[in-house]
Ligand binder design. Structure first.
Ligand SMILES: [Mn+2]
Length: 336
């Protein structure tokens, strides 16, 4: 940790110590790292005597139900934040959100907080927090929460929710590092996971539930996407799409189609993959999910078109035909 990192952490610790009420936010379509980091910090702060509430955009689904606990107040708001117009916490903590629009309408609650801490691991300069704890070399924001827990003097072994907190943080690391398989996995990723695993105990059932068990709707939508997949650009670019109608017919959710682009990127010889699906923000647009293997910076491509993400996984929305999307991405890939 550099000196300036340490100073930033100290500022965050000060804000936390001074707060009695803390609201926690994470991004819409919350993944393992989002739900894990939100509940992880919520358990830790509850044990440290804070009054904590979590505000989620949507229900995180049965897959992540084990991270939740009736003792942690959790509000699923969607766009309807009006019931919370008197909500004014001492502190808001926003995890895994590069930009404030990832919090959507809930940002209105956030803004009323006395202070905001942003804790994240994405490239972006929307530093909306009073303190912004951002490190791009964390595989998961849960690595950052783990560090923060150390600085808060949190004892996972002794704290009432220590095991729950460890399971939540381990989940975030496990999912965002691709089970320690992505290039964002560092020795610190393993170190944090190793310490957490001492507390969590056997995680094999959780791993099976997270990565292997799937609903039939997912098999069907993968079938559609795979059967029409195309290899372009001398086999370096894999492209496919699914429509809103197909999602309806199969019953597949956005969460369920999340992994298709990654699978396409694992085709032999492929450097860049893209799955076009309906945009979650604007049904007239496609939501592009990009993955790359080694050298194509998909975050740079996505940012050019108003999106964002990581070098190996990013996305953006686009209005046009699939032919146009293919042309556009072939053009980008050819620059490498
Ligand atoms: Mn993350």
């Amino acid at each position: 940790m550099t000196k300036s990192d340490r100073e930033t952490f100290h500022k965050a610790v000060k804000l936390i110590e001074n707060a009695k009420t803390v609201d926690v936010f994470t991004h819409l379509h919350a993944d393992g790292d989002a739900v894990g980091s939100a509940f992880g910090i919520a358990y830790i702060l509850t044990d440290l005597g804070k009054k904590v509430k979590i505000f989620l955009e949507e229900d995180p689904g049965d897959k992540f139900r084990y991270l939740m606990d009736p003792e942690i107040e959790c509000h699923i708001t969607g766009d309807d934040v009006l019931p919370y117009e008197n909500e004014k916490p001492d502190l808001a903590i926003v995890t895994d959100c590069a930009t404030r629009d990832r919090v959507k309408k809930r940002y209105e609650i956030c803004e009323r907080a006395g202070k905001i801490i942003k804790i994240d691991h994405h490239m972006q300069d929307d530093n909306f927090g009073d303190v912004n704890v951002v490190r791009e070399d964390w595989s998961a924001v849960c690595e950052g929460i783990f560090l923060l827990s150390k600085m808060l003097g949190y004892d996972f072994k002794k704290a009432p929710h220590g095991k729950k907190a460890a399971i939540a943080l381990y989940t975030g690391i496990l999912t965002d590092s691709g089970r320690f398989g992505y290039s964002n996995t560092t020795s610190f990723t393993h170190k944090a996971a190793s310490e957490l695993l001492k507390i969590t105990g056997d995680m094999s059932d959780t791993v099976r539930n997270l990565f292997s068990i799937k609903p039939f709707s997912k098999v069907k939508i993968y079938g559609i996407a795979f059967s029409r997949a195309e290899l372009l650009c001398d086999g370096k670019f894999a492209f496919s799409y699914v429509t809103g109608d197909e999602m309806k017919e199969t019953g597949a959710t956005f969460q369920e189609i999340d992994g298709i682009s990654s699978e396409l990127c694992e085709i032999e010889g492929v450097e860049l993959s893209a799955l076009a699906k309906p945009s979650s923000k604007d049904p007239k647009k496609w939501g592009l999910s990009l993955r790359s293997y080694k050298y194509c910076d998909v975050a740079a491509i996505a940012m050019k078109y108003g999106g964002g993400g990581h070098a190996r996984a990013a996305g953006f929305d686009y209005e046009g035909t699939t032919e146009e999307i293919k042309e556009l991405l072939i053009g980008e890939l050819k620059k490498y």
